[in-house]
Ligand binder design. Structure first.
Ligand SMILES: CCCCCCCC/C=C\C/C=C/C(=O)SCCNC(=O)CCNC(=O)[C@H](O)C(C)(C)COP(=O)(O)OP(=O)(O)OC[C@H]1O[C@@H](n2cnc3c(N)ncnc32)[C@H](O)[C@@H]1OP(=O)(O)O
Length: 720
């Protein structure tokens, strides 16, 4: 709703819909009524529109998008304001986003507090601004700047918005007082002069035809497969070409077309999924509502390898001091050099100044003495993935650190309890799985053990946000969620290659789907020897030796192409050849290599595997359904409590295209009945792959018709 009051002959309309004053039907109705009332009240000289609770308005209420359109549309309210003879001033603090900025652009004037941010982020939920933004923003900020804001969705700060022409004044002090004063100062000025409808789109010397073609071509290549940015360009270009009312009409048509699109639905889902994951709960009790995070003022990182150095960099760039520990000076220097290199990379990219980088470095304390970890609030161990070694480190940490210190292990495979039992404080031990490259990848998989306390979980969840990661809480199992799901996905990719596909064909299928990289390119990047060693080690523990001729491992189908590549010294990019060849060691452009195809053929002949034509559809289906089936098993076992958690892991851990929501959302769109039937068919066809054994939960859900938001509950794993 919107509250109406009068002060000093100025009508104040305060948008009121906590927490961000989203433009629900009630808010829009309240705003319309307020404007009408002020227009008709002879004692009112001017109007101020503002927001309650520190924000102007975060735009349309995204939850309402699945319903039909009710209440007044923003442009209807705006048309009324355009006709008003009393000045209307938007007094902005916090955010004015989407429909919020559009309301402000309908006001005759806009003033903002220094802390304010304005933007048109609709593209992030697969839409274009639909309340006049594509038509009015180019009239205020000019074609080029408006286009950039609308296509990227990035908000701008008040000072920049002032320079762009979006704002009329930036003020300090009380925004409402400033708004009233400003409104009174404009009470005698003809409002039609300030009305954006009456101004042309500012082209600043640009030719619309050349600019339109260039913008369309740029967006098409940059946002391959994502449709909303193209619509943004089309709408803004149209606004520069046709009269105001026609442009508004076209904008609305585009908006409604996109609103029901699969991409917008997926992006809206992703928006809320990302916020859902903060609502965690533990099986033994304790959740985000009751658990209190312990303040983390300093952190230690043990191990200055690539991973540890990257983690330390995340910490110092977020403003926290960090002790980086190595066993000797040589390794320590290597780690610090790697950290510096990554930091200077961000300076070169213009994301940080050299001065800011120096400030960050001043927070780093390289050390070879564990004593330096005595007083830190949290330690993240990032040593080699070896249980014996990790247990030794934890034993020493337990003896050295103060009793309150939280001890985290950056593991991608090891059971948290097996590390926690090396200490006398298992309640303060937790897994923090960073993804490589740890400075850049946003996902942080936090893993609780059987004795991890709610306070410890609350602390690492908050810490994840502090270092600008996306923390997701999961239970402990082999590979946790990300790598457990990745295993059947990559296994199917290799099986498809054995059966007749080429690595390049598999990768194109994935990239055409929207993945940033194909699985074989990733394997070359991270090093084929890495998966080779993990597999060899797993086999060794079971007393098995994997060779180039191994077709089965523990009764399961196994593809030994990795062993063959390693045997030939093809370790990936670092050796200039792997699944692809590169222009020398460290080369980055993958080229199809006839030698690899020869190795694959030899492999198949040796093992009696008949090759056939494996179609793109089959590749995509096998890789994705195998991984989705694993996702349902993860829910079934309570490793995750919501399908949303799995999707966020794929969005941030593996770059699943956001406009497709995530694998679980994708499955919901395919239809669980169809998904289940296909998985059953693959299970019959490939009986020697455990990952095709259909999930019991999936079978149950395929009959139930329950929406994705209820899958966790149906699994009985929801803990809230
Ligand atoms: C067809 C029928 C539709 C009717 C529409 C009628 C009018 C529309 C006319 C024109 C088109 C306009 C379209 C739009 O405006 S689309 C929306 C554009 N705005 C956004 O995309 C902003 C999204 N929000 C944010 O970026 C951030 O939330 C933030 C910067 C505002 C605040 O960030 P932060 O402080 O980090 O807090 P949270 O993100 O956690 O958010 C807090 C809380 O608020 C909820 N929320 C935020 N924005 C919206 C929103 N626009 N609609 C509904 N809910 C919103 C968010 O979900 C959190 O809630 P919680 O999960 O329950 O805690």
């Amino acid at each position: 709703m919107a509250e109406y009051s009068i002060r000093d002959s100025v009508a104040i309309i305060q948008l009121d819909n906590a927490p961000v004053n989203a433009l629900s039907v009630a808010v829009r109705t309240g705003l319309y009524d307020g404007i009408e009332r002020a227009a008709g009240d002879g004692s009112v000289k001017a109007v101020v529109v503002c927001g309650k609770g520190g924000n102007f308005c975060a735009g349309a209420d995204i939850k309402e998008f699945d319903e039909g359109s009710k209440g007044p549309w923003i442009t209807e309210i705006g048309d009324f304001m355009d006709r008003m003879r009393k000045p209307v001033v938007a007094a902005i603090e916090g955010v004015a986003l989407g429909g919020g900025l559009e309301v402000a652009l309908f006001c005759h004037y806009r003033i903002a507090a220094k802390n304010a941010r304005v933007g048109q982020p609709e593209v992030n939920i697969g839409l274009i601004p639909g309340g006049g933004g594509t038509v009015r923003l180019p009239r205020a900020a000019g074609f080029k700047q408006a286009l950039e804001m609308i296509v990227t969705g990035n908000p701008v700060r008040a000072e920049r918005a002032l320079k762009m022409g979006v704002l009329d004044e930036v003020v300090s002090g009380n925004i409402l007082e400033a708004g009233i004063k400003f409104a009174l100062s404009k009470a005698h000025i003809d409002t039609s002069l300030a009305c954006l409808r009456n101004r042309p789109v500012r082209m600043d010397g640009l030719n619309i035809d050349t600019k339109a073609d260039a913008a369309l071509a740029h967006v098409k290549s940059k946002y391959k497969g994502f449709e909303a940015p193209m619509f943004c360009v089309k709408a803004v270009v149209n606004a520069a070409r046709v009269p105001y009312d026609d442009a508004i009409q076209k904008e609305r048509e585009y908006f409604f077309e996109l609103r029901t699109s699969g991409q917008s639905q997926a992006l809206r889902y992703a928006f809320f999924a990302e916020r859902q994951i903060a609502r965690w709960g533990l099986p033994g009790g304790g959740d985000y509502r009751t658990a209190r995070a312990i303040p983390v003022r300093s952190v230690g990182v043990v191990g200055a390898g690539t991973m540890g150095a990257g983690i330390a960099l995340c910490i110092i760039t977020s403003g926290l001091p960090c002790v980086l520990l190595e066993q000797n000076q040589e390794f320590l220097e290597k780690g610090v050099t790697s950290l510096r290199g990554q930091l200077m990379g961000t300076v070169r990219l213009g994301k940080m100044t050299a001065g800011e980088a120096e400030v960050c470095l001043s927070r780093l304390k390289p050390s070879t003495s564990m004593e330096d970890l005595k007083h830190v609030d949290m330690v993240i161990e990032a040593v080699f993935e070896d249980l014996k070694l990790k247990r030794e480190v934890f034993e020493r940490l337990d003896k050295t650190c103060k009793p309150e210190t939280i001890l985290c292990t950056n593991t991608s495979t090891l059971d948290i309890d097996s590390v926690a039992t090396a200490t006398g404080r298992p309640d303060k031990v937790v897994g923090t799985h960073f993804f490589a490259p740890s400075y850049l990848m946003k996902l942080l998989e936090n893993i609780y053990g059987s004795r991890t306390s709610p306070e410890t979980v609350a602390t690492v969840m908050r810490f994840g946000k502090t270092i600008r990661k996306v923390p997701v809480l999961v239970g402990s199992c082999t590979g946790f969620v990300a790598n457990r799901m990745l295993a059947p996905y990559t296994a199917e990719a290799q099986f498809c290659v054995e059966e007749g596909a080429s690595p390049a064909q598999v990768d194109s299928v994935l990239m055409d789907f929207g993945m940033p990289m194909g699985t074989f390119r990733v394997s070359d990047l991270s090093g084929i020897d890495v998966s080779f060693s993990i597999r060899r080690e797993a086999a060794r523990k079971l007393g098995v030796t994997l060779t180039v001729d191994s077709r089965y491992f523990r009764g399961q189908r196994h593809c030994s192409l990795i062993e063959r590549l390693v045997e030939k010294g093809r370790l990936g990019r670092k050796t200039g050849k792997g699944w692809y060849k590169y222009e020398g060691p460290g080369g980055t452009v993958p080229l199809e290599d006839p030698d690899v195809l020869e190795i694959i053929e030899t492999h198949c002949r040796a093992l009696g595997i008949e090759r056939r034509n494996v179609g793109s559809h089959e590749i995509q289906e096998r890789m994705q359904l195998a991984m989705i089936n694993e996702g349902f098993k993860i829910l079934e076992e309570g490793i995750c409590t919501r399908a949303e958690e799995i999707d966020v892991i794929w969005l941030y851990g593996f770059g699943w295209p956001r406009y497709l929501g995530g694998p679980m959302f994708y499955a919901s769109k395919l239809g669980l009945k169809r998904v289940f039937e296909k998985i059953c068919t693959f299970h019959k066809r490939f009986p020697h792959s455990q990952h095709w054994v259909p999930s019991v939960l999936l079978g149950k859900l395929s009959e139930s018709g329950l929406p994705l938001s209820k899958w966790g509950e149906a699994a009985g794993t929801s803990r809230l």
